[in-house]
Design a protein around this ligand. Sequence first.
Ligand SMILES: C[S@@+](CC[C@H](N)C(=O)[O-])C[C@H]1O[C@@H](n2cnc3c(N)ncnc32)[C@H](O)[C@@H]1O
Length: 251
Amino acid sequence: MARRALPKIDPRIDLSRHLSELSALGERFDPAAWFGRSAPLEVEVGSGKGLFLVRAASERPDHDFVGVELAKQYARTCGAKLAKAGLTNALMISGDGVRFSDEFLADDSVAAFHVYFPDPWWKARHRKRRVLNRRLLQAIESKLVVGGRLHFWTDVQEYFESTLELIPRVTTLLDGPHPVAEPQSTHDLDYRTHFERRTRLAELPVYRAEFVRLPGQVVRPLPADGHDDEADDSDARDSGDEPTGVDASEA
Ligand SMILES: C[S@@+](CC[C@H](N)C(=O)[O-])C[C@H]1O[C@@H](n2cnc3c(N)ncnc32)[C@H](O)[C@@H]1O
């Protein structure tokens, strides 16, 4: 599928309140200081072109939103969309969402994590690059408030199933998977993300799950085999081909 160029960003747009490099945040992210208030915080890892962030921040003005995106151009585009929409409750961070979630957030401080259509990294030897790895899952478990939610959607059945198996192996307080019904879409951009739109317009399945943070002390289960989120190099699917509708470079 041909990739559309990202729209040019108007140089007059002031991005200073809507885009930050991860390295510019210091050692910790303080949402109350950034947003100037105390509100439930939602974090999206891998925001792509930012459809979720812009819509969710518009629809839930009483929540604050942080998206983290590794690809600098997507992060800039998304920050510009937030600025153009005049959203004071959303910030795009340019950088690694796994590192941000693990190192920059306080424990018990996040109402929801969102991970939509993460890059599949199909080859078995590349699978350790997947964002939904042990480090991110354990960060999510620690940073969620009790009752907080992890939302995970993908079009890759194998990624979905292996993540659902991984979660109880590396965490103890994420209750799920809770099923999520397919939402109705009533207009062209009435999808949670660009990848959901693309997948559903192609009439391909979307796999969705939610997990809820239980009360209790975080206990780290011992890895059964020492490399519980690593790739198994013997995997027969390691053909080297990019599969189906997902192009990891197209967000
Ligand atoms: C397949 S796209 C999906 C984008 C969007 N969530 C959607 O559903 O339309 C995955 C996105 O995750 C980003 N990404 C990959 N690894 C990341 C990481 N460690 N931290 C933040 N973003 C990451 C990629 O740059 C890409 O934009």
